[in-house]
Each structure stands twice: as C-alpha cells, then as structure tokens.
Design a protein around this ligand. Structure first.
Ligand SMILES: Cc1cc2nc3c(=O)[nH]c(=O)nc-3n(C[C@H](O)[C@H](O)[C@H](O)COP(=O)(O)O)c2cc1C
Ligand SMILES: C=C(O[C@@H]1CC(C(=O)O)=C[C@@H](OP(=O)(O)O)[C@H]1O)C(=O)O
Length: 395
C-alpha cells in the first residue's frame, strides 16, 4: 500500500510531503523529481508566481546513498515567494478590513474559489485562511509524491504521459495513442503534440488574458505498460476506475472525469462500444484488443491496454476583470478580490494528473504484488506475469 500526505500553505514557508510504502532499493534522486516539478511549472498561461518559484523537492528522509530504505520518504519544497509574504502571513487581526492588501484581511470573496464555503465552514473572518490551503500551490507536493510513484512504476515498465486536448474553443484531434510524439508534447508550451493547434491554443490564452478573463480545457493522461488485473471488481472502493476518477477530480478546478472515451461514447451502440478481443500474436502481451475505447479498465480492474483518462478543468476563478461579489464583513456589493493569477492551468494540470494517476497505480500495484524490496516485488510481479495469457498458466 502507498500512502501519502501533503502539508503547506501557498504563501507559507513551503510544502512538505511524506510518501510511505515504497519498497527498499528503488533508486531515487532529486533531479528526477525536479524534472517533473519543472514540467508542472512551465506551460502557457501561468501568472507571475512561476517567475519566482524554482521548485525543488529536497529529500529529507527514507533515502540513503541514492536508494530508498522502505521507510517513509519525506520531502520539502521551498516557497521562494514566502519572503514577500512573511509579514502578511504573520498577521492575525487587522483593524481596518476595508484596506485590502497583503497585510490586510481578504474579505472580497471570489466566486468559484474556496473563499465563501471555507470562511463559513471554519468560521474565518479572513478568506486568506482558506484560500492559502485551497490554492493549487499544493499540487507541487503532489507532483513530488507522484514522481516517486512514477519511478517505482518505471521499474516495472509502466510509463505515464499527458497532453492537452483542448483549451477554450480550440480542440486537438485525439491522436492515435501509439502515434503521439511525447517529446513534442514535453517541449510544447501548451503540452500539445500538434504544433499548429498549439499555436491556436496559445492565441486562445492570449485572448483571455487580454480580456482580463481566464480559460479552461480538457486534458488526457495515459499510463502505458500497465499489467492486467490491478484494482478489483469485488467492492466499490477497490475499483481502479473509481480510484482514478477521485484522484483526478481532486485536482483543483477539475469538474469532470472520464475513463477512456467515456463522454464520447453516448451515441454508440453496444457493438460499436466494446473493445473486441483478438487472438494473441504478440508473445509479450497476454491479450490483444482491436480498440481501447474503455480506456484500459473493465470491471474495476486494469485490462492490460493503456490506461486513458480525460478531465475537464474549469476556467480559473480569479479574474483580472473581477466578477461582482459581496464583502464578507458587510454583505455589501463589491468586486471580487484580485491580486495576481494564472490565466489557464490546463497545461500544468496534465502533469498533476500524471502524478495522481501514478499514485493510484503505485498503490494498486503494491497491493497486488507486495514486497519490501524491489527485488522481492519483481519476483512477485514476474511470477504473476508468467501466469497470464490465453491459457492461465497456473501449475
Ligand atoms: C495548476 C493550477 C493552477 C491554478 N491557478 C489558479 C490561480 O492562479 N487562480 C485561481 O483562482 N485558481 C487557480 N487554480 C484553481 C483553484 O485552485 C481552484 O479553482 C480552487 O481551489 C477551487 O476549487 P474548485 O474549482 O475545484 O471548486 C489553479 C488550479 C491548478 C490545477
Ligand atoms: C503557486 C501556484 O499556483 C497558484 C495557484 C492559485 C490557486 O488559487 O489555486 C493561485 C495563484 O497563487 P498566487 O496568487 O500566489 O500567484 C497561483 O500562482 C503553483 O502552481 O505553484
């Protein structure tokens, strides 16, 4: 079982993350994690904050001489912006709430963020007390945890990628999975493989920025090399598609998740929907499918085809041209709070989606194969893989 926790506020000193359950003898270095943190930071549509941050997860515990020890892996990520907020974050009560600013309370609630329900639920007079933790700054810690999970999965031939399928009204054609040029996706400012469409996506972000507005999108996350049989059909909370959906839905601003072609299958009949099973020709693959519309799960278990999930991420709530709102103190009409904001977060959301899917898969993988060290887990994995195929090879 892989368990993990994050802690930290957006403008506090930094973020902490603990990942527990990783077997011993996994090679893990900070550069590998930094690569994924860097991918999350880049991406067209980011605001001023990413010019300040240089995310790096410092491994504090659980690793010795480059290898995991089987003990909890603790990491710290510094918020470089904290020095600019040190005073503001220390303020407990300010007499004059009408003067908003870093050292004042935030009372002009933003529709679409955690401001209003957070203040009501926790009894806060300062919206900052809820917006700090609600901020997607926390997803840097998720990506660090996810990188550990990815490193573990890579030991077993499982690789994750993501790309943006649409931003606002600009849509990319979902590419044939085998045909995606992942290097082009990594280099693209909008994480889209088609450079013509990428240009249009950037123009869409620019248009939103110029209008003082924001724009959302659709993102696809793919895991390749996933063995058949992770997750289980036997109980609702063990189904892998349900776990992936929750994990992706938990990303800030995600409003819909589909597994495989989910949303696009509504008008198909059953015969057009299922992924027909073909005779096996490739000795390395236990089963073959004609298509992958179901996105790699059947009955809450992985089916051996690539795992594909899509999600919709809504346009960002904090608008340069703020929406009408209400003051928390007075109930009077005001314009919602604005200081600085991203314009589009679909590109980084793909990297966060990979991390979340990797954490779910790593947990399901360890549940199935167990083991306290990588060699032990490998023996268990290889033993299972040797059994699956057209004739179950149990002796
Ligand atoms: C990578 C990323 C960056 C984000 N940046 C911002 C931002 O700059 N401003 C903002 O208002 N919301 C931003 N969001 C979205 C908010 O965090 C989110 O809308 C808020 O937590 C409320 O949650 P909900 O939209 O799921 O209801 C971002 C989300 C992600 C994933
Ligand atoms: C800090 C990050 O994203 C932040 C997420 C966020 C929000 O409300 O979710 C609001 C913005 O915070 P700030 O006002 O400090 O610029 C984003 O920059 C990050 O992704 O590292």
């Amino acid at each position: 079982m892989i368990r993990w926790f994050t802690a930290g506020e957006s403008h506090g000193q930094g973020l902490m993350v603990i990942v527990e359950g990783v077997p011993a003898y996994l090679y893990l270095d900070e550069e590998y994690i930094a690569h994924h943190l860097g991918r999350r930071q880049r991406g067209y549509g980011r605001g001023g904050r990413q010019q300040i941050e240089r995310d790096h997860a410092h491994i504090q515990t659980g690793v010795r001489h480059g290898y995991t020890l089987g003990s909890p892996i603790g990491m710290l990520i510094e918020n470089r912006d904290w020095v600019n907020w040190q005073e503001a974050m220390a303020v407990e009560y300010v007499e004059n709430p009408s003067q908003e600013g870093r050292n004042q309370r935030v009372t002009r609630i933003r529709p679409g963020h955690a401001d209003l329900p957070g203040a009501m639920k926790y009894g806060f007079h300062d919206v900052r007390n809820s917006l700090e933790r609600a901020s997607a700054r926390e997803t840097a810690a998720r990506v660090a945890a996810g990188a550990v999970a990815m490193k573990l999965l890579e030991e077993f031939g499982i690789k994750l990628h993501s790309h943006v399928l649409s931003i606002g009204r600009v849509k990319a054609n979902p590419p044939d999975q085998g045909a995606i040029d992942w290097d082009a996706v990594e280099e693209s400012p909008v994480h889209c493989a088609d450079s013509d469409v990428a240009d249009q996506m950037m123009a869409e972000v620019d248009a939103a920025r110029e209008a003082g507005d924001t724009v959302g999108g659709v993102v696809e996350v793919i895991a390749e090399g996933v063995p058949i049989g992770l997750g289980s059909h036997v109980h609702w909370d063990r189904k892998i598609d349900a776990k992936i959906s929750q994990a992706l839905m938990s990303i800030n601003a995600v409003k819909a998740v589909s597994i495989g072609e989910g949303w696009d299958l509504l008008d198909r009949w059953g015969s057009e929907f299922q992924d027909v099973i073909e005779p096996v020709t490739d000795p390395d693959r236990p089963w073959q499918r004609k298509t992958n519309r179901a996105g790699g799960t059947e009955g809450g278990m992985t089916s051996g085809t690539p795992l594909v999930a899509r999600f919709v991420i809504k346009p960002i709530a904090t608008l340069h041209n703020p929406l009408p709102s209400v003051d928390l103190d007075t109930g009077e009409p005001v314009q919602a709070h604005f200081e600085r904001s991203d314009v589009c977060q679909a590109p980084p959301a793909g990297v966060i989606g990979e991390a979340m899917m990797a954490l779910v898969l790593a947990d399901a993988f360890m549940e199935k194969f167990g083991g306290d060290s990588i060699p032990e887990t490998k023996r268990n994995f290889e033993g299972y893989q040797a059994t699956v195929g057209p004739r179950l090879r149990y002796s």
